[in-house]
Structures are given as C-alpha cells and as structure tokens.
Design a protein around this ligand. Structure first.
Ligand code: ADP
Ligand code: ASP
Ligand code: MG
Length: 437
C-alpha cells in the first residue's frame, strides 16, 4: 500500500478537488491524507482568536463568511443534486459545531475542536466527489486511530493497531481517504499535530501500515536548496537522505513538518515530494541513500528563536554547572536547539517561549541572564558536511557583512548552524545562495 498526502493548495478549490482523482487514478491500494483547503486553517485560527477576545459578533460574521465560501465550493463541485445536498447537510454539522462556541469558558480545548473542522470538511468533500464520479472510496476517521500518548507524542502502537482494524473492515476497498493534522490527545480530546501536521500524519500512517512509499503532493516541484519564498533562483534537489531532510525540516524548511521525516526514517520507507501542478516533474526522493559526501545540499532558516545567555564566574573550572542550567529547561519542558559555551558563559536557543519568564527567574540563581528575541537559525545541510574542509570557510566568506551571534559546528555531522538577528535573514540566505550553489 502507498500513502499519498495532498496539501492545502492541492485541495484548495472545487477545481483542485476535481483534479486530484486523476493523480491517484491507478488501481493500486492507497491511503490518501488530506489537509484542509488552503486558507481554512488560518481562518479557523482567526475565529478562535476572536472568541478569545470576547468578540462573538465578529466571530459569527467570520463563520458566516467561511460558510458562504464552502457553499460556493459545493455549487461548483457537484453536478448531481443528491450529492450537493448531502455535502451541505454534512457541512451544516461542521458549521453548527463552529457556531456552538461562546467566548465564556473558551479554552485551548475548544480551540482545537475549531481547528479540526478544516480537515473534516476537505476529506468529506473529496470523498463525496469521488463517490459522485463512481469511484469507490472509504473515509477513514483520523480521530479514531490517530492518537497521542502521555508525553504528547504520536502513539505509533495505538495508531498501527486501530488503523489495521479499520482497514480490515473494508477488504475490497482500494482507496481510503483520511484527515491529516487532526488527532486525539491521550485523554481522548480532539487535538492536532501542530501547524503543517498533515505531512506528519502521512508519515505516521506510512510507518503504521509499513507502506511501500509515502508521497507528499504540494505546490512546488520538490525540496529546494533554499527558501523559494525569500531567495530567487533556487532549484529542486532530486535526492536527499533522511538525515539531510530531517535536519532541513527541523530547522525551518516549511515544505515539510519539522518531525515528519522521523517515522518514515525509522521504518525505512522512501518519502517523495511531488508537485500537484506539475505531476510529471520528478520532485525529490528522500531515503536512506546518502550520497555526495561533504557536498552542501541546502540551506534553511528557522524564525522566532530566542537566545538566552547565562554568564557566571562560578562556571570557571566548575563541573555540574551546565547540568543545572539544562535542568531548568527540562523542568519547563522547553527544548533547546543550539548551544555554545565559553569559560564563563553558556548561550543557548529555544523556540517555545511559553515559560521563558519562569525560566529566566530560575536561571538568575546561577548568574546574569541576557535574552535576545527575534533571532533566526540558519542551517547549512549536506551529507557529512563536517568532513568538507572548505565548507566552513565558504559559509563565513559569504557572510562577512552579517553579524553572527552563535555558531554550531560538529553537533550533527550533516549540519552547520548559525544564529543571526532575523533582520539579516534575507541577506544571509541570499549571500549563501550566491556563494554555495
Ligand atoms: P502544503 O500546503 O502542500 O503542505 P506548504 O505551504 O506547507 O504546502 O509547503 C510548500 C511551500 O513551502 C512551498 O510553496 C514553498 O514556498 C515553501 N518552502 C519553504 N522552503 C522550501 C524549500 N526548501 N523547498 C521547497 N519549498 C519550500
Ligand atoms: N491544515 C493544517 C495547517 O494549515 C495542517 C496542514 O496543512 O498540514 O497547518
Ligand atoms: Mg505543509
């Protein structure tokens, strides 16, 4: 079995929903994972924000606008009245859910129910459209099998067992449609895999069913060597190793969810990136094959990074100091991305600032604390890049005009990372593009 994932633009209009079946037309068994129609999740975030702000009238207007948009999609999508009627009946359930929330007692739990509606609607529409055109497909409810464990991580054992049972209930079915992004928490509440999480859903499903391959269909012809939204003249990379793709995704390449490579890497299942707008283009193959030792493959940037520096004379020749500092971050479940040390200071970066104030208060017990916000990690990635003698010289040669706050070399064999202020991000990515590719 293969797993296909289509992102927001790939289901972004009635036209796209009608085109999608052509991309999966062969007779091979498959599970198709869909995102919400493009723009919908952002719209749902806005609705939730209005409810948090106690603006129930504005929220009601926003919901009405979204409802009108979906009614138009239904008019354009279906030609048989009974299918259009069924789609509207189902959408009414989603919109009744959205309308049921009030600002009083609106919490993250209610917000997550709102955010789940996008994928529930897109999969319902695509499945109904397939059925209207005579294609037999089954809608698998992700909320029945996609679940997180006590540590808020996907519970692969549960996913595998329940998904297997769900699939076995339909022995003759060759085409399953399911929702990306949404899942249940350990407690059974509606939850999600964070923004961009449909990629992660697809790779988890791939690992759970031991798929032949996982294909991520998006709006670009593969993984590019630099961020095409910022830099001109980027190109698609035909082959990446799991390690390379994993570093790039984690360090900000928006094309893949930060942790989506891990499940397929562990199960050794190749991951393809394909372009919905240009299905014949080769795209990118991500697999265990690692080639081009030392060759720089790509650059990525991760924004909204906060750097924390702890300075203390007590660190001099002391042991156990760094452990104590790390324990503070551990206590607040805040993960650290980059670290540099000197004899009297430690600098590190985090991207989750939810507990920053409490962390700072505790860290002041160890020394003076300085915090720099609005930082960006720039990562230069390539298979065993640390063995390329000229790589560092080339990178720093390109960045002679850029103030660099931190450098990380040798932590991973495949990655050289720099921390800069976000104001210099564009200039840094452009300079690296000119020099490295
Ligand atoms: P989808 O909705 O299909 O999940 P995304 O918007 O999440 O699509 O991801 C695709 C987008 O990622 C591309 O349109 C591109 O602008 C952006 N992107 C950022 N970095 C890269 C990169 N290194 N390679 C390709 N695309 C990238
Ligand atoms: N719809 C979700 C989002 O916009 C998940 C995804 O598209 O991958 O973040
Ligand atoms: Mg995405």
């Amino acid at each position: 079995m293969k797993v296909y994932k289509f992102g927001g633009t790939s289901v972004g209009s009635a036209e796209r929903i009608k085109t999608l079946p052509k991309l999966i037309a062969d007779d091979q068994p498959k599970i198709v994972v869909l995102s919400a129609m493009s723009g919908t999740t952002n719209f749902l975030v806005e609705i939730a924000t209005l409810l948090y702000q106690n603006k129930s009238e504005e929220a009601a207007t926003a919901i009405k606008n979204l409802e009108d948009k979906y009614a138009k999609v239904v008019r354009e999508l279906f030609s048989k009245p009974e299918f259009a009627k069924e789609a509207l009946r189902k959408l009414k359930e989603n919109f009744d859910t959205l309308k049921s929330f009030q600002p009083t007692n609106f919490t993250a739990k209610e917000e997550r129910v709102i955010l789940a509606q996008g994928e529930l609607m897109s999969t319902m529409l695509e499945n109904l459209y397939l059925n209207e055109t005579g294609v037999q497909s089954i809608l698998l409810p992700a909320l029945s099998f996609m679940r997180k464990d006590l540590n808020d991580e996907p519970d692969l054992y549960f996913i595998r067992e329940v998904l297997k049972r769900e699939i076995e209930r339909h022995p003759t079915c060759k085409l399953f449609i399911t929702q990306g992004y949404i899942c249940r928490s350990y407690q059974g509440d509606i939850d999600n895999l964070k923004r961009g999480g449909s990629d992660y859903s697809a790779s988890l499903i791939g690992a759970a069913i031991n798929a032949e391959e996982v294909q991520i269909w998006t709006d670009i012809d593969g993984f590019h060597n630099n961020d095409p939204r910022i830099v001109e003249k980027t190109h698609s990379i035909s082959k990446l190793s799991f390690d390379e793709a994993s570093e790039l995704a984690y360090f900000g390449a928006k094309i893949l969810h930060p942790t989506c490579v891990i499940p397929v890497q562990e199960a050794n299942i190749p991951l393809y990136i394909k372009n919905t707008m240009d299905p014949k283009a080769y795209g990118t193959r991500i697999s265990s094959e690692a080639d081009g030792v030392g060759i720089i493959k790509a650059v990525a940037a991760k924004d909204n990074i906060t750097a924390v520096k702890i300075k203390s004379g007590r660190m001099l020749l002391a042991y156990g100091f760094i452990r104590k500092i790390f324990e503070v971050f551990e206590d607040y479940r805040t993960s650290i991305d980059m670290i540099t040390t000197s004899e009297v200071a430690v600098s590190l970066t985090i991207d989750d600032t939810g507990n920053l104030q409490k962390i700072i208060t505790e860290l002041t017990n160890f020394g003076t604390v300085e915090v720099d916000k609005d930082m960006t990690i720039i990562s230069v990635v390539g298979n065993r890049i640390s063995e390329n003698k000229g790589a560092a010289a080339n990178i720093f040669g390109a960045l002679s005009e850029i103030p660099i706050r931190m450098i990380s070399f040798g932590g991973s064999r495949h990655n050289i990372s720099l921390l800069i202020h976000s104001d210099y991000k564009k200039a840094t990515l452009e300079a690296l593009n000119r020099k490295l590719f």
